[in-house]
Design a protein around this ligand. Structure first.
Ligand SMILES: Nc1ncnc2c1ncn2[C@@H]1O[C@H](COP(=O)(O)OP(=O)(O)O)[C@@H](O)[C@H]1O
Ligand SMILES: Cc1cn([C@H]2C[C@H](O)[C@@H](COP(=O)(O)O)O2)c(=O)[nH]c1=O
Length: 227
């Protein structure tokens, strides 16, 4: 029986890589896939992984109808055995329902990949509908890590390395943003809630060690000018 599977995780945990691997393994066995994405960092009509691999995909903007596209494709006599949909968090709830119909009415497997929550820890509409409708939810096993070493569970948006909590839900970008640009950093829940990014942690550690030196000097009565 065909299924709708939602592969999810934080940013940078290997979702697009897995999408490319699933595509590779199935096409190597003669199966034909339809590949969709929306607003990939590499540009329109591309599904890209940070490992350097990418493949052509159909760009699916807000008005795009997945069900109509797949039925048209089949009606033209072209084959399709499965569907891959990356950046699924950006799809509308209605588009996820179309993907569910592709499974139920057209009997194709649909593999959707996306982050569940935004920089404010709120579900994206597409991800919410996938959680509600998917036959299976697979959390990726390659853990992205917070700067503290714990498993990263949340996505922070950063400007100059500092976490921001205001702004549009969708801002396409990458982890490790630099030079004033909007970027992202994955964090564990504790550090997301405390708004502590790697940069803040570094500054905090420097301040702590300066305070330790001051305390030691006060304790021993030594000062830089006394040396
Ligand atoms: N230089 C590298 N060497 C090895 N693995 C890398 C390298 N750069 C990225 N990766 C791997 O690629 C993963 C990101 O893959 P990607 O498919 O782009 O993530 P996602 O789609 O979840 O944002 C990282 O978690 C890491 O495991
Ligand atoms: C948290 C968050 C992310 N985004 C964007 C940033 C990237 O373009 C994608 C995620 O891509 P990835 O392949 O999973 O790294 O989503 C956003 O628009 N809004 C957010 O809150």
């Amino acid at each position: 029986m065909s299924e709708l599977v939602f592969f999810c995780g934080t940013m940078d945990c290997g979702k697009s890589t897995l999408a490319l691997q699933i595509e590779h393994n199935r096409s190597a066995r003669g199966k034909r896939g339809l590949i969709f994405t929306r607003d990939d960092r590499a540009g329109a009509g591309v599904l890209s992984s940070r490992l350097g691999l990418c493949t052509q995909a159909v760009e699916a903007p807000e008005a795009f109808d997945f069900y109509a596209h797949v039925t048209d494709h089949l009606a033209c006599g072209r084959p399709a055995d499965y569907v891959i949909a990356d950046e699924a968090q950006f799809f509308t709830a209605g588009q996820i329902e179309q993907l569910a119909r592709v499974v139920d009415d057209l009997d194709l497997d649909v593999y959707a990949f996306g982050i569940t929550t935004d920089f404010r820890t709120r579900l994206f509409p597409g991800s919410q509908r996938l959680v509600e409708l998917a036959d299976r939810i697979e959390v990726l096993q390659v853990e992205a890590l917070c700067w503290c070493g714990a498993r990263a569970t949340h996505n922070a948006r950063t400007v100059d390395g500092h976490m921001v909590v205001e702004g549009a839900q969708v801002v396409v970008g990458d982890v490790n943003g630099t030079g004033g640009e909007t970027g992202y950093e994955v964090l564990c829940r504790r550090h997301h809630l405390r708004r502590q990014t790697a940069l803040n942690a570094e500054a905090g550690a420097r301040a702590d060690s300066a305070a330790d030196v001051m305390t030691a000097r006060e304790r021993t009565g030594t000062h830089a000018d006394a040396r």
